[in-house]
Design a protein around this ligand. Sequence first.
Ligand code: NAP
Length: 376
Amino acid sequence: MKYRTFPKTGEQISLLGFGCMRLPETGGENPRIDEEEAIRMIRYAIDNGVNYVDTAYMYHDGKSEVVVGKALKDGYREKVLLADKLPVVFIKEEADQQKFLDEQLRRLEVSTIDMYLVHNINEAYWEKVKKYDTLRFMKEKQEEGIVKHVGFSFHGETPEFFREVTDAFPWDFCQIQLNYMDTELQAGVEGLKYAGSKGIPVIVMEPLKGGKLTDVLPASVRAYWDGIAEKRTPADWALKWVANFPEVLTILSGMSNFEQTKENIRILSDADANALTQEELDVIERVAAEYNKLIPYSCTVCKYCMPCPVQLDIPYLISLRNEATIFESPEKISETVKSFVRPLPSTCIACKQCEEKCPQHLPISDIMAESARMFE
Ligand SMILES: NC(=O)c1ccc[n+]([C@@H]2O[C@H](COP(=O)([O-])OP(=O)(O)OC[C@H]3O[C@@H](n4cnc5c(N)ncnc54)[C@H](OP(=O)(O)O)[C@@H]3O)[C@@H](O)[C@H]2O)c1
């Protein structure tokens, strides 16, 4: 396993971190985490050099923290930095913050959390963070020693907003979504570089775009990969693309089976910053271009369509609809929509105000109806 230095403490952190949002599940109508297999995978990863484990309050309906707690028994807790997140989405009053942290410690069966993040900061949740004085709470818990290092995970809309959040607190680290298809999404490469310029190490999530870059490959992308002389898996290319950035401290992957765990350990045991050649970077750029050719609705996120009278996040919903075609993954998008997107696309009242303003003349109300059919 390769390691990178956590600037605050000088600790060596494994380049692969175990993301516990996509643990293996039992089948059937009400799938549960396959505890035995999940614990075997997490412990195997730790035995093979992984020393960063990431979970959150809502992963697997609250069961991820419980299973992580079990996996970290028998001496494993001391071998890792344990990351967990304050669920801003559920906070209704200031006192909730302490209640959530207490519940998390109980579920995990630990007395401290090493890396505690304000979860999922976007423009709306940032207002809640201010309203409930969350940053003061985080500082207080750090001073009490319950939480060692304070960070935030980011899903806001722009690099400008990422800079605002980054500048608002003496963060020890931050977490952003980054993969070779999302270079300009949310914080993007621009945000990564900004955090780096301030000496804030970056934890990367969704390096395989939640599995969309590895699952069902469109024919044109598969043909391109097949035509390359050097045989590597799509996961190998994608993880090494992220590892190439020196600003990245750890790459979280949500491994769902034992083979993926073994493969990602292998890949990130052989990856360095600034190690990719120009030819390799060109290959990845070509693959991204192949994916981009498949985009059905060419939204440029100019946001002229906004605000929507029923508060739909139109550009985001169009991006999800596009992803369902590009990555041939409507089932995965459906999970995201049902769990995280509000209001749902079916809320659209087809008033068509947005269509009058869209410079690309996109049939937005039809796209919303199509999205409702596909995802809801
Ligand atoms: N803070 C936040 O707001 C936030 C948001 C998202 C994620 N996270 C954290 O970041 C972690 C990483 O994000 P992610 O889970 O989206 O990571 P990811 O690596 O982009 O996606 C994981 C998925 O990729 C596929 N995969 C992984 N390794 C593979 C391999 N070697 N070969 C083929 N497919 C492979 C699997 O999909 P299949 O099961 O379909 O094969 C797996 O479920 C999460 O687990 C979570 O801990 C945090």
